[in-house]
Structure formats: structure tokens, C-alpha cells
Design a protein around this ligand. Structure first.
Ligand SMILES: C[S@@+](CC[C@H](N)C(=O)[O-])C[C@H]1O[C@@H](n2cnc3c(N)ncnc32)[C@H](O)[C@@H]1O
Length: 294
């Protein structure tokens, strides 16, 4: 392609609509998303990007994506970059998503650790990319189903996400009736309660809440945690990252897991890069050797 053709191509409108949206605008947005969150957006997602961000343009009174790109690329655009990220990330989640993971967790992590934890041992789990909280609360309920006295013991779940909005919702821990449906009835009646303000809503009870610390954390940034984990859940998060970024994240997870530690990933994800220390130990569950990561 000649350079004149390339310039013309960049100015091509790629989605027709209320606002002008060119290939160049798309490339600028995709590059900000990649640099800040590691998320790789192919141009085939242009219509999705347009529809999710058109609301932001309207709210800001902007006339074009060109103006929007100017804002999110500027020093003053920090808040809007955050709003753009929230608009473009997918937060779909549910309680006991992929129930076999929670059965596996109960059988291979929690039950074997129970005696040591009761003697004062430490149990640490991390839900990385926790979205609105259903994943870490499912982990907490799984723990409580084996160790009901866990809140009095040294058991902690760290739950993190890049998007402050979902972290806020997760921390609130209040869900509608249809969302709590996948929680086994016996666990729901024991560890959740009807919300005082609206009886149609369910609130996570104090025991499950007390096990979890929610924090904002970008997996692309630095990780302040010092201690290592027995288990990490990072499901349906890296699916949006390109391969080199995924491998980097897997490697960083390996270095913050204890020997024999486990990593649960989404059903369409794989940890299969050259030199990976993980051993596949079941459907989308990976384990470090007892000797730890090399
Ligand atoms: C589809 S949800 C998955 C939620 C949950 N893990 C599950 O499987 O049900 C993906 C989550 O990853 C978060 N996310 C995307 N990029 C991230 C990053 N760079 N650092 C931390 N979280 C990120 C999104 O905000 C979103 O809440």
C-alpha cells in the first residue's frame, strides 16, 4: 500500500452512524486499551466499540470519535479513559460458573487443607478479574461448605478487577433472585440473607464477606501482594489478551503460587506455552509441581 493509500485508509469511515468513526479512531482506541489493560481489539469489533462508546460521546456532548480520541488521549482524559475501559470490557459472570471448578476446588484444595487450616495454617486464594463478585463469593461458599468456622481461621480470598465499578458492586454483595439461583439451596439459606431494604434481593452474609478483600488491580500493572497463594482463579479474563500477554500473565501467576498451587482458567483458555511450569490436572485446572515453579 502506498503511503497516500494508507492515509486514505486511516480516514475511511468503518462504522456508519450518528458519529463519524474512522479506521484511525478505531486504531487509537484499540491502542489505548492494549496499553492500559492488555486487551487486544481486532477491527472486526468496530461495530461493538462504536455502540458501546456512542453513549459516552452523547453524555460528553462530543460530535465525533476524533474528538473523543483527543480527549481519552490527553492528560485530562484520565477519568474518561477509565470510563472507556469500563464500557469496553466484558463483565459477564455468574455464581458457580463452571460448577466442576468448585467441586474440584473443594475436593483437591479445601478438603485436603482443612486439617492444617484448623491447626492454624494459612489458606490464600485469589480471584483475578472477579467482575461483580460472583466468582469470589462462590469460592467463599465452597470454603464455608467444608470449613464453616473459616472466618475465625487464617483463610483469605483476594478478589481484584481493573474496573472500579464492578469492584464496588462486588463489595456491596447484593444480588437479585435470578442471579443467586445457581447457588445450592442449602448454602444460600445458610450463608445469604434477604436484603433488609428490598426482600426481592439477596445479600451475601457476614461470614462469606469476611473472607474476601476486594481491590482494584490491573493485571498489566504491578502486583503489591507479598504472600503466595494456594489457588488462583483467572477465568475468562486473558481471553481478551494476545498470546504474548497471556504467557506473561501465566508466568507471573506461577511465581505467586505456592509449590503444588493451582490455577483455574476459563473453558476456552489454555496454558500451553513453551516452558510453562504448569501441569494440566483436569479440565481447565493447572497445577504447579510440588517442587514449585522453576
Ligand atoms: C468476563 S469477566 C470474568 C469474570 C469471572 N472471572 C468469571 O469467569 O465469571 C472479565 C473481567 O476481567 C476484567 N479485566 C479485563 N482486563 C483486566 C486487566 N487488565 N486487569 C484486571 N482485570 C481485567 C474485566 O473488568 C472483567 O470484569
Amino acid at each position: 500500500m502506498t503511503s497516500a493509500a494508507r492515509v486514505a485508509r486511516r480516514q475511511d469511515v468503518i462504522v456508519e452512524g450518528e458519529f463519524s468513526f474512522t479506521a484511525d479512531d478505531f486504531a487509537r482506541i484499540a491502542s489505548i486499551l492494549y496499553d492500559t489493560a492488555g486487551i487486544a481489539l481486532p477491527e472486526s469489533k468496530a461495530t461493538l466499540v462504536y455502540s458501546r462508546l456512542a453513549k459516552r460521546l452523547r453524555a460528553l456532548g462530543l460530535e465525533s470519535f476524533h474528538a473523543y480520541c483527543g480527549l481519552v488521549g490527553s492528560n485530562e482524559g484520565l477519568d474518561e479513559r477509565q470510563a472507556m475501559l469500563a464500557a469496553l470490557t466484558t463483565n459477564v459472570t455468574r455464581f458457580y460458573r463452571e460448577p466442576h471448578h468448585f467441586e474440584h476446588l473443594r475436593e483437591h484444595v479445601i478438603a485436603p487443607a482443612a486439617a492444617a487450616v484448623r491447626r492454624g495454617g494459612r489458606l490464600r486464594l485469589w480471584s483475578a478479574g472477579c467482575s461483580t463478585g460472583q466468582e469470589p463469593y462462590s469460592i467463599a461458599l465452597t470454603i464455608l461448605s467444608v470449613i464453616p468456622e473459616a472466618p475465625q481461621l487464617d483463610v483469605r480470598i483476594l478478589a481484584t478487577d481493573i474496573d472500579p465499578n464492578v469492584v464496588r458492586t462486588a463489595r456491596e454483595g447484593v444480588y437479585s433472585e435470578d442471579l443467586v439461583e445457581p447457588i445450592p439451596a442449602s448454602l444460600r439459606s445458610q450463608w445469604l440473607q434477604r436484603d433488609d431494604r428490598d426482600r426481592k434481593l439477596w445479600s451475601i452474609g457476614p461470614a462469606a464477606r469476611s473472607l474476601i478483600t476486594f481491590n482494584e488491580l490491573n493485571l498489566m500493572g504491578s502486583w503489591p501482594m507479598k504472600g503466595k497463594f494456594q489457588t488462583i482463579f483467572c477465568r475468562n479474563v486473558v481471553i481478551y489478551f494476545d498470546e504474548p500477554t497471556q504467557e506473561k500473565v501465566w508466568g507471573r501467576f506461577a511465581s505467586c503460587l505456592l509449590p503444588g498451587g493451582r490455577l483455574y482458567i476459563g473453558h476456552s483458555e489454555r496454558v500451553s506455552y513453551a516452558g510453562s511450569p504448569f501441569i494440566n490436572d483436569g479440565l481447565t485446572s493447572y497445577q504447579l509441581p510440588q517442587g514449585g515453579a522453576r
